[in-house]
Write a protein that binds this ligand. Structure first.
Ligand SMILES: NC(=O)c1ccc[n+]([C@@H]2O[C@H](COP(=O)([O-])OP(=O)(O)OC[C@H]3O[C@@H](n4cnc5c(N)ncnc54)[C@H](O)[C@@H]3O)[C@@H](O)[C@H]2O)c1
Length: 360
């Protein structure tokens, strides 16, 4: 999945629709990118970020919306891929009128795009946006929303990790394995609990002293190391990046001692080619957008009227999807990241085609 900077040549991006929204009074400048609605309405969060330029904002929304199409396809959702960016500093610009103006633009797409939280936007913001549009997820529980999506993100990562463990060691469990968790934020904390429940040994790190304190107080059996570099070099079986993107790069992959990588962070591969480097070192990489889809599964469930148990069952299927991808990768002799893209494209084409069967 590349980075695009221009719509001059629409065939180079493949996006269906890109909408620029402006409201000068509130300072709103937003871009909504719809990559594909082959499987249903496009779903993806709104990133509120102080981009250096409009080109940078456009490049990000094109890249992210494409990624959502692949993620939603493999999550088994009847949803396409989209994403939005609001260009500006949320600390300076975010206001009720701005969010509501944005909500009206989302509404104007009449259900072709559903929004959700992303970097710089929170559950409370979705509740405000929802005062102007029906096409919003990630609202608070009090407003019929799914609440904190990290709950099922962590559950899904754990399921993907089980599938990877089975592929490498023959049993779908982390029992007795040493798992390194980099980042003890919302997802990392839940993941640590699932791993301990499964009788794994957990080694962890976080730059935030409060997160380290949380571990010491709640799970003293977890070993803490100084930083992510120490975790990469540690004697671990599984590495779970749960902090920022780009965790797997030209420095970390050669140093990594784990046999499996499965974590929540988005965009773990620092650049194309890293998936090959991992494969060459005999490290099984469970693609990030496959195993971290529990969050989007959780918020997507709001569209049907949120039911936690139904969403949890769907997120549990990340185990089956990861298994399928790892087998396909072996059969086709490609890294799992390539197999995942192929499977997503296949579902978009095969299921998307059914809409050509005319019903009325
Ligand atoms: N929350 C979700 O539902 C969800 C869904 C899909 C993907 N993700 C991705 O998973 C990752 C974690 O999400 P989260 O919601 O837990 O975020 P978070 O902000 O709650 O937690 C991130 C944690 O990583 C720590 N961290 C940052 N830099 C670090 C470093 N260099 N070394 C070690 N620790 C570091 C932070 O201190 C923080 O505790 C992010 O990449 C996010 O994009 C989250």
């Amino acid at each position: 999945m590349g980075v695009f900077t221009s719509l001059d040549d629409p065939s180079s991006t493949g996006h269906e629709q890109v909408v620029f929204c402006q409201d000068t009074q509130t300072g709103l400048r937003a871009i909504i990118g719809i990559y594909s609605t082959a499987l249903g309405p496009a779903l993806g969060g709104t990133r509120f970020y102080p981009y250096a330029s409009e080109e940078a904002a456009l490049a990000d929304v094109l890249d992210l919306s494409r990624g959502m199409a692949y993620k939603n396809a493999l999550a088994g959702l009847d949803l396409g891929g989209g994403k939005a960016v609001i260009w500006g500093d949320p600390d300076q610009l975010k206001s009720e009128p701005l969010l509501r103006a944005y909500g009206r633009f989302v509404e104007s797409l009449n259900g072709r795009y559903y929004t959700a939280c992303d970097v710089g936007t929170y559950v409370a913001d979705m509740d405000v946006i929802a005062r102007e549009t029906r096409f919003v997820t990630g609202r608070s529980v009090e407003h019929g929303g799914a609440g904190d999506s990290s709950v099922l993100t962590a559950w899904g990562v754990f399921q993907g990790m089980r599938a990877a463990a089975e592929h490498v060691w023959g049993a779908p469990t982390l029992n007795g394995r040493r798992v390194g968790v980099a980042g003890l934020g919302k997802v990392g904390k839940h993941l640590t609990r699932h791993l301990l429940d499964d009788h794994a040994e957990v080694v962890a790190t976080d730059v935030d002293p409060r997160a380290r304190e949380w571990v010491r107080a709640n799970h003293p059996q977890v070993e803490l190391v100084d930083d992510a570099a120490a975790l990469v070099a540690a004697d671990i079986d599984v590495y779970a990046p749960c902090a920022l993107g780009g965790a797997l790069d030209d420095d970390t992959v050669p140093a990594l001692r784990a046999k499996v990588v499965a974590g929540a962070a988005n965009n773990q591969l620092a650049h194309p080619g890293i998936e090959k480097l991992l494969a060459d070192r005999g490290i099984l990489y469970a693609p990030d957008y496959v195993v971290n889809a529990g969050g989007v599964i959780q918020v997507a469930d709001e569209i049907e009227g949120f039911n936690f148990e139904r969403a949890r069952l769907r997120a549990t299927r990340i185990y089956d999807t990861t298994r399928q991808i790892l087998r396909l990768a072996d059969d086709e002799g490609v890294p799992p990241a390539v197999a995942a893209d192929r499977l997503a494209e296949r579902r978009m084409a095969e299921v998307g085609r059914l809409r050509t069967i005319h019903l009325r």
